[in-house]
Design a protein around this ligand. Structure first.
Ligand code: AMP
Ligand code: TRP
Length: 341
């Protein structure tokens, strides 16, 4: 099973996920992940997961977590993930994730887990007493997510590459220790996926953990809020609309966002806006952002207005995911010598 895994449909298997860490996804999540997923679902047997078990590795509010889990799933659907075509589900609804994570914990080295840079960063920030063992073993749960479905392809941002490397190491180790069981997956930085920067601090990645929300465009914010943020975005004094990441990070970021959302090249925008002012570029961008965000916002609101129907869709997809997960888990348990009933 370690080579050329394909699904019954003949398509390669893809797994990816995002944490439900706030009600609204931001523009970076949309351009760097969601938009790519929507395109990839045509060519892969895709599993898209709202990874709520990962979200409880840091202090969290249970009521908020419930709301943001549904809101994140709704935004996946609103942005174009088709729950009939892809399997879109909530991690905690498929018990195999926690079960396989436990099994993989037992073949993960303490030192190996301790070398994960994201853990080192986060635990340093929180301090030893607030850092949970769950946060330490977060990458092992992520490995379980991927390996349960025999995924070959894992689209993730650069910051998750080390976790996928760990996943590969664990799969290879398990296969050699217990017999060929897991597909060894490959991290795929989505082709051409742009990195989006903060509108106020255009050398820092757009992120919900930024000091101020004024540089962040949220998918679900009212158009007026995003308009204000775009019109106030940091540019420079040179006045020329030209892409130059080093010398003109603010303008370059605006051009990248515009190009990504309008489906246009940066070069064509440079000529379209030649001789015009930053205000014109920003006004154009306000419209483009709303043309993409508007329909997503409306559809998300519709989905969230009928939580019973949304939960029904998610449950059906979790059933599908569970079937695939159980097949892998049965083999894993058997190979490890855990008797079944
Ligand atoms: P996060 O919100 O950091 O957990 O990221 C979830 C997904 O969104 C990951 O696939 C990231 O690579 C992607 N992402 C987050 N922020 C950005 C950004 N500023 N630019 C591009 N992609 C991003
Ligand atoms: N850790 C990932 C992130 O923060 C989210 C994630 C959890 C994930 N499990 C995954 C991504 C499996 C890809 C595959 O972005």
């Amino acid at each position: 099973m370690s080579t050329a895994p394909v699904s019954p449909s003949g398509k390669p298997i893809l797994f990816s996920g995002m944490q439900p860490s706030s009600d609204s996804l931001h523009l970076g999540n949309y351009v760097g992940a969601l938009k790519q997923w929507v395109q990839m679902q045509e060519d892969y047997e895709a599993f898209f997961c709202v990874v709520n078990l990962h979200a409880i590795t840091v202090p969290q509010d249970p009521e908020k977590l419930k709301a943001s889990t549904r809101a994140t799933a709704a935004q996946y659907i609103a942005a174009g993930i088709d729950p009939e075509k892809s399997t879109l589900f909530v991690q905690s609804q498929v018990s195999g994730h926690a079960e396989l994570a436990w099994a993989l914990n037992t073949i993960t080295g303490f030192g190996e887990a301790g070398r994960m840079t994201q853990f080192k960063d986060k635990s340093q920030r929180f301090g030893a007493d607030t850092t949970s063992v769950g946060l330490f073993t977060y990458p092992v749960l992520m490995a379980a997510d991927i390996l349960l479905y025999q995924a070959a392809t894992v689209p993730v941002g650069e910051d998750q590459r080390q976790h996928v490397e760990l996943t590969r190491d664990l799969a290879t180790r398990f296969n050699s220790r217990f017999g060929d069981t897991f597909t060894v997956p490959v991290a795929q930085m989505p082709k051409g996926a742009a990195k989006i920067y903060d509108l106020q601090e255009p050398t820092a990645k757009m992120s919900k953990s930024a000091d101020s929300p004024s540089g962040l465009l949220s998918l679900l914010d009212e158009p007026g809020v995003n308009k204000k943020k775009i019109m106030r975005a940091v540019t420079d004094d040179d006045g020329e609309i030209r892409f130059d990441r080093e010398a003109k990070p603010g303008v370059s970021n605006l051009l990248t966002i515009y190009a990504e959302l309008a489906g246009q090249s940066v070069e064509s925008l440079e000529s379209e806006y030649a001789g015009k002012g930053y205000g014109d570029l920003k006004k154009g961008l306000v419209e483009v952002v709303e043309s993409v965000f508007g329909p997503i916002r409306t559809r998300t609101a519709e989905l969230l207005a009928d939580p019973a129907e949304l939960d029904r869709i998610l449950a059906g997809n979790a059933d599908r995911a569970n079937e695939a997960a159980q097949a892998t888990l049965r083999t894993v348990y058997d190979r490890m010598g855990l008797i079944s009933r």
